[in-house]
Design a protein around this ligand. Structure first.
Ligand SMILES: *Cc1c(COP(=O)(O)O)cnc(C)c1O
Length: 482
């Protein structure tokens, strides 16, 4: 079932689970939040979780486990080598995806490290529909280059296109022509394309793109970290897919690729990762990296308890009731904010609701990080922690100038099965307040800027006293204690 119907009111998403264990939240008063934000260098990654009311930073490693996942942990088989837990996980994954081999890793970027290490040489090119921060960093670290060939309309903020993550097939052909197939390390398609708003790719597009790659002997790789949302969108939005089960669609997708990898911090509601490979030679070639960087071949850096939970989590991912929840809550949040006039990325995707910061704070220059400023302001206004996805998340050009991101967004992630509808309504209310007071938000500048992945640990400061003024306006409307 995709959605609960209502008799006498506008429908809202309904949680298809009940709460069994809770964690108390606290809401710091606004002035205290300002102190915490200053200590964190205006970087939401550097905040302490105890100082946050709604943690919408990411969906990574913070999805709620089910009772069945937790109880499975008890039967985990502890062994350095040959754990029965691993063989169970191997059987579950190879069963779902129909791929022969599984290499376990500690998380998604470890898969990217190993795949890049195996295929990328200095000067080689990797074709992607769109980059993800870590997938790109691993390619460029080795002297490779990423070509992002998402269709132009994928970058249009307000849209009603069902599959904004689709890759442009003409651009793919032109790129292969220009680079030469032998210089293309692999084609990586990302399900639920993260950085453009969790936007899905259609099955048809994956099929056509991988067909082109195969004609040229190019290895095809699926980043399945956000596949769960993409599966929901294929089933509900793609012509001809309504009668297929999630399991069938998953298998059809996997059949298109040579390699499927995932972060189990998202896919499977747990923590960990894995690379699935079809070809025996390729599997053996990558095996060495697992033992060198991750752990032995039957755990790859994961705890056996997490692996047992994942076995159940992968099965839950095949359940339409379960995987509908995230996209439905996100859709509610996006639709309501859109109605209130807040510029949102539409249609709602998976993973989170995305605010178009470039439009909200169009008075902040790109070099002062509009999305970074907006996300800092949102923490001040309600204790909501989002994530900057824009210029701050980019690396500088080789000449030291800013690489201005093609999209400048604030992401409000919806960790799966975590927040209720009333909490979602609170977020909608505070975002609207901030939108109506957007003229009070100012820019940021770096005071400590790491060379790689600077958004994680960089420290910034406000270019003026705008944070103080914003907090005073907030207190005037909501009082001292919130
Ligand atoms: C999160 C993510 C990764 C990286 O996974 P980690 O487990 O955080 O290392 C890779 N690709 C996509 C699409 C992701 O969302």
């Amino acid at each position: 079932m995709a959605e609960i119907k209502f008799y006498n009111r506008e429908p809202v998403p309904v949680e298809m689970h009940k709460v069994k264990i809770v964690q108390k939240l606290s809401l710091l008063p606004a002035r205290e939040r300002l102190n915490k934000l200053r200590e964190a260098g205006f970087n939401t990654f550097m905040l302490h979780n105890g100082d946050i009311f709604m943690d919408m930073l990411t969906d990574s490693g913070v999805n709620a486990m089910s009772d069945n996942m937790q109880s499975a942990m008890l039967r985990a088989d502890d062994a350095y080598a040959g754990s029965e837990t691993f063989y169970r996980m191997n059987e579950k994954l190879t069963g779902i995806f129909g791929m022969k081999y599984l290499l376990p890793t500690h998380q998604g970027r470890a898969c990217e490290h190993i795949i890049a290490q195996h295929f990328v040489k200095p000067g080689s090119c990797v074709i992607m529909n769109y980059h993800f921060t870590t997938s790109k960093a691993h390619v460029t670290r080795l002297g490779g280059r990423v070509e992002e060939l998402v269709k132009d309309e994928g970058l249009v903020v307000k849209s009603n296109l069902p599959f904004k993550g689709n890759i442009d097939l003409d651009k793919v052909k032109a790129c292969i022509e220009k680079e030469g197939a032998e210089n293309i390390a692999y084609m990586r398609l990302e399900a639920g394309t993260n950085l453009i708003g969790g936007q899905p790719i259609s099955y048809e597009n994956m099929k056509e793109a991988t067909d082109i790659a195969k004609q040229h002997g190019i290895v095809t790789v699926l980043d399945a970290s956000l596949l769960q949302d993409n599966l929901y969108f294929i089933k509900t939005r793609e012509a001809g897919m309504q009668d297929k089960s999630i399991r069938e669609i998953t298998r059809m997708i996997a059949d298109l690729f040579d390699i499927v990898y995932f972060s189990a911090r998202k896919f499977g509601f747990g923590r960990g990762g894995g690379i699935m490979v079809r070809d025996e030679e390729m599997f053996h070639a990558m095996e060495d990296y697992i033992t060198m960087f991750e752990g032995f071949l039957t755990y790859g850096g994961m705890s056996v308890k997490e692996m047992e939970a994942l076995i159940i989590g992968f099965e839950e991912t095949m359940d339409m009731d379960i995987i509908s929840q995230g996209p439905q809550f996100i859709n509610h949040c996006v639709t309501e904010l859109d109605k209130l006039g807040v510029p949102m990325v539409t249609p709602g995707g998976g993973l989170g609701a995305h605010i178009d910061a470039r439009q909200v704070v169009d008075h902040i220059p790109a070099e002062q990080y509009p999305a970074g400023s907006l996300v800092a302001a949102l923490y001040l206004c309600g204790g909501i922690r989002g994530m900057e996805r824009g210029t701050l998340s980019e690396e500088r050009n080789p000449d030291g100038t800013e690489h201005i991101a093609s999209v400048e967004m604030v992401r409000l992630a919806f960790p799966r099965r975590v927040f209720t509808l009333s909490q979602t309504e609170y977020v909608i209310d505070r975002v609207k307040w901030l939108y109506d007071h957007r003229h009070l938000i100012g820019g940021l500048k770096f005071v400590h800027e790491p060379k790689t992945l600077r958004f994680f640990t960089g420290k910034l400061e406000a270019v003026s006293d705008w944070p103080e003024k914003l907090v005073e306006a907030y207190i005037a409307d909501f009082g001292e204690d919130q």
